[in-house]
Write a protein that binds this ligand. Sequence first.
Ligand SMILES: [Fe+2]
Length: 213
Amino acid sequence: MTFQVQSRFSESEKLSVLQAEFHRCFEDQELKSPFANVRHFDATSIVHYKAFDLLRQKVEQTIKTETDYRVSFRKLWLVNTDPTDSDQTKLPYIPHFDKERYLKAMIYLTDVIDTQDGPIHLLDQEIQGTDQRRRKLPKNHKERGLNHFRLNENQTLQPIPGAAGTLILFDTNTPHKAGLVSPGHNRKVLRFDFEDPEWNRKSLLRKVIDRIM
Ligand SMILES: [Fe+2]
């Protein structure tokens, strides 16, 4: 699967509950936050946020019934993006694949209707050999641009717009990039990451190489 889109995955009634919970999480300074515009939950902490946990269960059910992936929930990120958070010269705003492979379930909490709202961009094509490339990436791959994906003339990343409540499922082996949020716009997203235990398992040799590089 490259990607799958379901519009109206969350109905307007539940959407307002999710939006209110999202807002509360950004008011709470105690919550774990890898970046100023992100809040982080794992399998232990999400259970205290009922609206998010119920949505996680609904996403899990969808993955199970509509895809061949057999994956487990790892984390939820709440991402609140303003134009000042977007730098088109850096990751994740340039085409790339992720070093850690996940099946990501992104749910727009705001309308992401046109390109100014910053929709995610995805390639509608399987690319062979990404797992092999991914596993060989050194720790400093980001600075060296080694996980960038260079498009040829037949390849374009498509913007994936959607109204609030839209679900986008994609495998991070699929070349993708974040959309730039234009001045006067804001994008709020819930992103659930799911993992197959085999995807990110490191061999002993890989662990040694990572330590010395
Ligand atoms: Fe990415």
